[in-house]
Ligand binder design. Structure first.
Ligand code: TYD
Length: 204
């Protein structure tokens, strides 16, 4: 594949949405054609599954069920949008990817990091991010940034789970230091953007 896949991931409240927008603008200024997608969702099938995943009314969901719903969204997204864009030589910016399943379901959720990576590789075929940037933020800051917005089903989970999510992302970065990089997301948006851009330039 000729294109590039760049993933922004991390705990809730790290400012991924803002940073993806800024990164997109920076890449376009350099002449790249950019596709931005978000997980879970990004396709018609995926948006339906997303609604199930995030519905607070559904309460507890089996960890394996949850994993396969996320993977189903991802498989559809890769096949329908991501792989074709990469084949055309575009840069794909993905708001979360397999790294989220590895951390939320595998590490914090207890299904096992290696197991989720294995299921994930089957799900995405040969597609592998060229760079994954973790926007690291502590649980208090992340929760405060969410502000008054009502928590979705995932965000409503116990504080310890959120802590494990944060540590899980840091552990993932340590295990793949060449592809997964951590940026301190508590800094202001311009500083975070500069740090991300420094990492992205190296892989273009
Ligand atoms: P997202 O839409 O990124 O939420 P937000 O807008 O708050 O950043 O993701 C929704 C939730 O789904 C988020 O709390 C993380 C969780 N998630 C998983 O648990 N596993 C996954 O594989 C993915 C992609 C997301």
């Amino acid at each position: 594949m000729r294109g590039k896949l760049i993933v922004l991931d991390g705990p809730d409240g790290g400012g991924k949405t803002t940073q993806i927008q800024l990164l997109r603008e920076a890449l376009e200024r350099e002449g790249w054609k950019v596709l931005t997608v978000r997980e879970p969702g990004g396709t018609r099938v995926g948006e339906r599954v997303r609604a199930i995943l995030l519905d607070p009314a559904l309460g507890e969901m089996g960890r394996r069920t949850e994993l396969f719903l996320y993977m189903a969204c991802r498989a559809q997204l890769v096949e329908e949008r991501l792989a074709p864009a990469m084949d055309r030589g575009e840069v794909v910016l993905c708001d979360r990817f397999l790294s989220s399943s590895v951390v939320y379901q595998g590490i914090a959720g207890g299904l096992g990091m290696e197991e989720v990576i294995r299921v994930g590789e089957f799900c995405v075929g040969g597609v592998r991010p060229d760079l994954t940037v973790i926007l690291d933020v502590d649980v208090e800051t992340g929760t405060a940034r969410r502000g008054a917005r009502k928590a979705d089903r995932v965000e409503a989970q116990a504080r310890e789970y959120q802590e494990e999510v944060r540590l899980g992302f840091l552990a993932l970065a340590r295990s793949q230091p060449d592809r997964v990089r951590v940026v301190d997301a508590r800094a202001d948006a311009a500083q975070v953007q500069a740090a991300i851009w420094g990492l992205v330039k190296k892989i273009l």
